[in-house]
Design a protein around this ligand. Structure first.
Ligand SMILES: [Zn+2]
Length: 314
């Protein structure tokens, strides 16, 4: 009986692999460093060694699901433009895994897969239309429309962090200016604090500080830290308004480390902007919820990808 699934989460620093049973439960997992500076063959060797090490009985494995940084081509299973994993850009990942393991492989953008996981097992359960937004060192997401992950013509859809919110805003890593990511992701929050400190604003924050320090200082009531979170929350709120007007989802689910640790400081501003700017008839039933799944969200999403793709088989 093919009742097991292998899920892999390939990041810029870690490769995580897990063996799932048929009830979406992790039986075991392991993590290894990615060595992103190495070439494609070296990264792939490590990735495939992880897959080999996690499986016990190959006759029971129905598929291998892999989440990787996007943008990537989920149809051909090729990573296209991953700055933190550039060694694997244009590497035929799906084909190589299917060749080497003789098992169907499916590849998805990690933020898209997190959206799938929150939809199936987390805060988005029961929604037909849901948008997941992850706020951490970048801002990504995934759009569930009509119960399915919306991929777009080339598979690149759901880059919610790269919507332009300020035509005169800061340059984004993607090449655009004023993207949500450039205004409200973790590094943007730190940058905004730095700019205010350089202007002589009073704060308990002192260089050098990290994102975690900004959160901690906000918790103790520091006016500058609270103001910067409120500004980031305002931009996130604007992003959600755009997405509401375009996709009409029932739920927005916000995840990622910044959302998780700074929810109390971001959410009031997100909510205020959403209420102020969104079309009343559209926002009336829309809810903004914190993500429910923790660090395994990428693995759960890779599991969901395989089992969503393979439901019609066997
Ligand atoms: Zn951008």
């Amino acid at each position: 009986m093919k009742d097991r699934t292998i899920a892999v989460d390939v990041g810029g620093t870690q490769i995580r692999a897990a063996l799932f049973d048929a009830d979406a439960k992790i039986l075991r997992q392991r993590a290894d460093v990615t060595d992103a500076a190495a070439g494609a063959d070296a990264i792939y060797a490590r990735l495939s060694a992880n897959i080999r090490a996690i499986a016990d009985d190959w006759s029971r494995v129905r598929g291998i699901g892999i989440g990787a940084p996007g943008p990537l081509d989920p149809f051909r299973g090729i990573i296209r433009f991953a700055p933190n994993l550039s060694g694997l850009n244009n590497f035929p990942l799906k084909d190589r895994i299917e060749q080497d393991f003789q098992i169907p492989a499916f590849i998805g953008n990690d933020a898209n897969l997190a959206a799938l996981a929150e939809h199936r097992y987390g805060a988005g359960r029961g929604a037909t239309d849901m948008i997941y937004v992850t706020i951490s060192t970048g801002i990504g997401g995934g759009i569930i429309a009509g119960g399915k992950l919306f991929l777009g013509a080339r598979g690149f859809a759901g880059e919610v962090g790269h919507q332009t919110l300020d035509a005169n805003g800061p340059r984004c890593k993607c090449g655009n200016v004023g993207c949500l990511e450039a205004l409200a992701a973790g590094p943007a929050i730190e940058r905004a604090v730095r700019a205010e400190l350089a202007r002589g604003r009073a704060s308990a924050l002192r260089e050098p500080f990290t994102g975690a320090d900004v959160t901690r200082t906000a918790k103790s009531g520091d006016a500058l830290a609270l103001e910067i979170f409120a500004r980031a929350g305002h931009f996130i709120g604007l992003g959600l308004v755009n997405l509401l007007h375009l996709f009409d989802p029932q739920f927005f689910v916000l995840g990622g480390s910044v959302a998780r640790h700074a929810w109390d400081f971001l959410f009031p501003a997100i909510h205020t902007t959403f209420e102020k700017n969104a079309m009343p008839i559209m926002r009336a039933d829309a809810r903004i919820l914190p993500a429910q799944l923790g660090d395994d969200v990428g693995l759960s999403g890779a599991y969901a990808l395989v089992n969503g793709e393979m439901t019609d088989e066997e």
